[in-house]
Write a protein that binds this ligand. Structure first.
Ligand code: F6R
Length: 245
């Protein structure tokens, strides 16, 4: 059974995790962090700034990026990260890694990224969100999952939940993305998945209790020896009784 910690609300969760990450950075200044975008980590990223977490020697790798738009595009995950985290902390720009959605050779870009992760010594702490359909990064439910960083056709539901980054216009949301694969993610030494809100309760329940299946990529986390799910009460709503922090 995956380790689950339940917090009374999103604010408490974000503060607890930010405090924990800041402490980890004090002990391990050259920590390699894997990072998600999305609504869920926004408060955490702001709290890392407020707590003056020291990322001066840390390295980051983002999970995924849209294909067909460059890092300067305001809808890119690179721009999202700059706004919500990188501009708020003291990370060295050369140690920030985000897949380049405008790379002329997307498959080559995926290979380059895998080598960069390996070259940094692998990911020490991988943070994750979860889709309402159980996706992780852009690893969507499918008959097969790609192990390594790859090019992916986005599901309509994923494009819709990202429309806000493109002024609410679904037609502007790219149809493809680049994403770390499940094996890349599962090679991280430690993983923390955050989920908040009732809309995540079902995918969280299936990730924890369901069969391990490519139809719910998050279920593969059951195979990892050091995963923690940090949830608010709403996201933990289908898991039964838990102590709440
Ligand atoms: C994005 C990512 C996605 C999100 C997921 C949840 O980098 O990894 O898998 O974590 O779509 O998104 P939010 O947090 O917006 O509910």
């Amino acid at each position: 059974m995956l380790k689950v910690t339940v917090f009374k609300d999103e604010r408490t969760l974000a503060r607890a995790l930010a405090t924990q990450i800041a402490a980890t950075l004090n002990e391990t200044p050259d920590l390699v962090l894997g990072l998600p975008t999305g609504r869920t980590p926004v408060r955490l990223y702001h709290d890392l700034g407020t707590l003056h977490a020291d990322l001066s020697r840390a390295t980051t790798f983002n999970l995924d990026e849209f294909l067909g738009i460059g890092p300067d595009h305001p809808g890119s995950y690179r721009a999202f990260m700059a706004h919500h985290l990188f501009s708020r902390v003291n990370i060295a720009p050369e140690r920030i890694h985000v897949l380049n959605g405008a790379a002329p050779d997307p498959e080559g870009e995926c290979g380059r990224y895998e080598r960069a992760v390996a070259g940094a010594g692998g990911i020490g702490l991988q943070l994750l969100g979860i889709g309402t359909n159980g996706h992780i990064g852009f690893n969507e439910p499918a008959r097969e999952l790609a192990a390594r960083t790859h090019r992916v056709v986005l599901k309509e539901s994923t494009r819709r939940s990202n429309a806000a980054l493109f002024g609410g216009d679904l037609s502007l949301v790219p149809r493809e993305g680049l994403s770390m694969g499940m094996a890349t993610i599962l090679q991280a030494r430690r993983i923390v998945l955050m989920a908040t809100g009732k809309s995540k309760a079902r995918s969280v329940e299936l990730a924890v209790r369901g069969p391990i299946t490519t139809k719910l990529p998050a279920s593969f986390l059951q195979l990892h020896p050091a995963v923690e799910l940090m949830l608010d009460e709403a996201a933990a709503g289908l898991l039964g009784e838990h102590a709440t922090f």
